[in-house]
Design a protein around this ligand. Structure first.
Ligand SMILES: NC(=O)c1ccc[n+]([C@@H]2O[C@H](COP(=O)([O-])OP(=O)(O)OC[C@H]3O[C@@H](n4cnc5c(N)ncnc54)[C@H](O)[C@@H]3O)[C@@H](O)[C@H]2O)c1
Length: 354
């Protein structure tokens, strides 16, 4: 592994106004010195743009408290080749973290174009830019969804992932294949990170914990898929950011094979805690924390607002990370308990919306 000291480096975070991206930039402000940090995001309206603008305002405030790093935000689309080409030519990034993507499994059924644009063309532009403006490390978001309906648990990066059940998953798997090819052909160190159901304050409103909260507050009924027989390896956003920051600093080594050609400096890791929770237990903890935070009254009739429904197309019954490789190579396994994470979400929700 090649060690990278992030101090004084020029760093790019794509999807910087997004949930994970904004948390990563915040963390970089605090931990890194003398860096030039650039964020790009197209601020699309897949979900409430006000939330993305709120995250960017927070970044402006926090960056002014850490003046040793410079912060530049660019409103732009990674699917626009000239935007990305010019940005890389101007800054000559050392480390790039690609988090910009069209996320969401269900939306990919009705809006496939968005996934091809952002996740395939956008990622291709990032790879090409890294080829023409060499970087020390490209880190990019993959997803636990690449495991599809994998029956073997926990999910290991050694498992076959050739059976995606959504276009979203297919684009994330494609990213890993494209990265492998660029690592091999152009000796670019790349690391793909398969994130497992990330949640936390100012998260994504399209995800269950956030959507459930919005609905319950309006007195609407929430739908629990697969009759609650789902398990998810929920990962608190601070744990994801910790994993990303560690991985940014350790790039797969560049080595030559016997044929004189590069052995691809390529790696893929899971980031999940390896402690899947049943959907019904998760809903129970969420309810308790929403009441505790004062988002919902203590006499709220939860049972009257829950409906158990069948599995949805694109969904998978279980996600369960084998996180041993991340622990072995980076000394880290996500550890924040679901209750603590949902508590932080519920408290943020009350402050933000109520
Ligand atoms: N949140 C999760 O549970 C989860 C799980 C697995 C993988 N991921 C991946 O992690 C990454 C970050 O996810 P997130 O939860 O923060 O999602 P998010 O939607 O909050 O963040 C993505 C950001 O990228 C921006 N974006 C999308 N397309 C773009 C484009 N073409 N050009 C520029 N900006 C663009 C969006 O405006 C958004 O702000 C994504 O790649 C996602 O697929 C997330």
């Amino acid at each position: 592994m090649e060690k990278i000291d992030l101090n004084g480096k020029t760093l790019l975070v794509t999807g910087a106004a997004g949930f994970i991206g904004s948390n990563l930039v915040k963390r970089l402000f605090k931990d890194v010195n003398g860096a030039t940090i650039v964020g790009i995001d197209n601020l699309n309206d897949y979900y409430d743009v006000a939330l993305k603008e709120y995250r960017l305002r927070e970044l402006e405030t926090i960056s002014s408290g850490h003046p040793s790093n410079s912060w530049t935000f660019v409103k732009g689309d990674i699917a626009d080749k000239s935007v990305i080409g010019n940005l890389f030519a101007e800054y000559k990034f050392s480390v790039v973290v690609n988090l910009a993507a069209q996320a969401g499994v269900r939306y990919s059924i009705t809006n496939p174009d968005a996934y091809i644009q952002s996740n395939l063309i956008g990622f291709y532009n990032i790879l090409e830019a890294c080829r023409h403006n060499p970087v020390e490390h490209l880190v990019y978001a993959s997803s636990s969804s690449v495991y599809g309906g994998n029956k073997k648990v926990p999910f290991s990066t050694d498992d076959r992932v050739d059976n995606p059940v959504s276009l979203y998953a297919a684009t994330k798997k494609s990213n890993e294949l494209m990265a492998h090819c660029y690592s091999k052909l152009y000796d670019i160190p790349t690391t793909g990170l398969r994130f497992f159901t990330v949640y936390g304050p100012a998260g994504r409103p399209d995800m269950a914990y956030f959507g459930f909260t919005n609905k319950l507050l309006k007195g609407e009924t929430i739908q629990i898929f697969n009759y609650g027989n789902c398990r998810r390896d929920f990962t608190y956003v601070d744990d994801i950011v910790e994993g990303v920051v560690r991985v940014m600093q350790g790039a797969p080594e560049r080595k030559q094979g016997e044929d004189g050609l590069p052995i691809p400096p390529y790696a893929v890791y899971n980031i999940g805690g390896g402690q899947p929770e049943s959907l019904l237990d998760f809903v129970q903890i969420l309810q308790e924390e929403l009441v505790r935070a004062g988002v919902l009254p203590s006499d709220f009739d939860f049972d009257a607002h829950k409906q158990l429904v069948p599995m949805q197309p694109g969904d998978v019954p279980t996600t369960y990370a084998d996180a041993a490789a991340l622990e072995r190579d980076y000394g880290f396994t996500p550890r924040i308990p679901l209750r603590d994470g949902l508590r932080a979400f519920a408290e943020w929700y009350r402050e933000f919306y109520m």
